[in-house]
Ligand binder design. Structure first.
Ligand SMILES: O=P(O)(O)OC[C@H]1O[C@H](OP(=O)(O)OP(=O)(O)O)[C@H](O)[C@@H]1O
Ligand SMILES: O=c1cc[nH]c(=O)[nH]1
Ligand SMILES: [Mg+2]
Length: 210
């Protein structure tokens, strides 16, 4: 069973407070989302496997460590997930980036897939699916369905978000039990499909629409 973890690092919590504020403008929102994404990637990457390696320094041989696990792919769920990509690439610059386009019907809250473009070796990579918001869970579930359809094993997927609703966590765990879920916060509830208190519409706040 995959785990659900709230990342309580003080810098993550402080920065999340900044973007929750309704007076935080587009420029600052965009900047701080990337900063939080970096910090989340730092925390999540603690679990990456290492192997021993000897390296010749100017002074001798160091018995050192290097990453030994799968190469990484970051897969943002469009649009809002794009806001987290640069922050993660700052930390894992060699990662490839796939995109899954998904919009939620405002009436039914059902997700609709409109774009999928992934690295050709996606099934061999450690995947971080990123989206600031896990609300009903529909978009995350459908995005992960799209990866599984292309040969990805659920256990190679980590879902990283900023704010999660209890309803979304439950739905995602029920649909994809082996996916680990990481969030900066677990909020109270959904109201009319929006996470409450949440931070509003992440896509609109990132891109200055509406
Ligand atoms: O868990 P869910 O109930 O599926 O809701 C979460 C989704 O809703 C938002 O995207 P939206 O559909 O607003 O599209 P956008 O990113 O293009 O703004 C958000 O970025 C998630 O993708
Ligand atoms: O609260 C929410 C729910 C879904 N999508 C958002 O951007 N915000
Ligand atoms: Mg979306």
């Amino acid at each position: 069973m995959g785990k659900f973890q709230v990342m309580n690092h003080p810098l993550i919590q402080h920065k999340l407070t900044i973007i929750r504020n309704e007076n935080c403008g587009t420029r600052e929102f965009r900047e701080v989302v990337n900063e939080i994404a970096s910090l989340l990637a730092f925390e999540v990457s603690r679990e990456m496997p290492l192997e021993d390696v000897d390296v010749k320094t100017p002074q001798g041989i160091a018995h050192a460590k290097q990453l030994s696990g799968k190469k990484v792919a970051v897969v943002p769920i469009l649009r809002a997930g794009i806001g987290m990509v640069d922050g993660i690439l700052d930390l894992i610059p060699a990662a490839k980036v796939g995109h899954i386009g998904m919009y939620r019907d405002e009436e039914t809250l059902q997700p609709h897939e409109y774009f999928v473009k992934l690295p050709s070796d996606i099934d061999k990579r450690q995947i971080f699916v990123v989206d600031p918001m896990l609300a009903t869970g529909g978009s995350a579930i459908m995005a992960i369905d799209a990866l599984i359809k292309r040969g990805v094993d659920e256990s190679n997927i980590k879902f990283v978000c900023l704010v999660a609703a209890p309803e979304g966590v439950k739905a995602l765990q029920e649909a994809h039990g082996d996916v680990d879920i990481y969030a900066a916060a677990l909020d109270d509830k959904l109201e009319n499909g929006y996470i409450t208190p949440g931070l509003g519409d992440a896509g609109d706040r990132l891109f200055g629409t509406k």
